[in-house]
Design a binder for this molecule. Structure first.
Ligand SMILES: [Zn+2]
Length: 147
């Protein structure tokens, strides 16, 4: 099977893979939140699973997940390197299991968990992301927060 990526696309994908963590995406989301006047969030809060953004008052934990590391199903950035599958596949599996555990644990503790894929932060899809965040922030009254 030949490589499914053309040269240019491939280097874009590799650039995302190389990036340690997802600083660029987080910065993009910060810009987006500010431009939409969405306030009340904090970063680097010592909450289980280290959410990228935490809205303490509304008890919303927001994650921005890199499509490659967190395996965005059907996404072009969720590329699986052909070499060393024995290295990549367990790594991916661990990430996915960890994400599930984090989401489950936070929800049990009364948090609303919102996960955004990095590919959804493109200009075209930003409106939907903003709508999801606003919706999560609004729902606070209908939930009983524990702790
Ligand atoms: Zn994606």
């Amino acid at each position: 099977m030949s490589d499914i990526f053309e040269k240019e696309k491939r280097s874009e994908v590799m650039a995302r893979i190389r990036g340690s963590g997802n600083k660029d995406t987080e910065l993009r989301l910060i810009t987006l939140l500010r431009s939409q006047y969405i306030r009340g969030w904090r970063r680097k809060v010592g909450l289980f699973g280290k959410p990228d953004f935490v809205f303490n008052r509304e008890r919303v934990a927001l994650f921005v997940d890199g499509c490659f590391w967190h395996r965005h199903g059907g996404c072009k950035f969720s590329y699986t390197p052909k070499s060393r599958p024995d290295f990549w596949l367990p790594k991916f599996e661990r990430n996915v299991m960890r994400d599930r555990l984090v989401t489950r644990t936070l929800r049990k503790a009364g948090w609303k968990v919102v996960r955004i894929w990095e590919c959804q932060l493109t200009t075209k899809k930003q409106a939907r992301v903003v709508a999801r965040i606003r919706k999560a922030l609004k729902k606070v009254g209908s939930r009983k927060a524990k702790v």
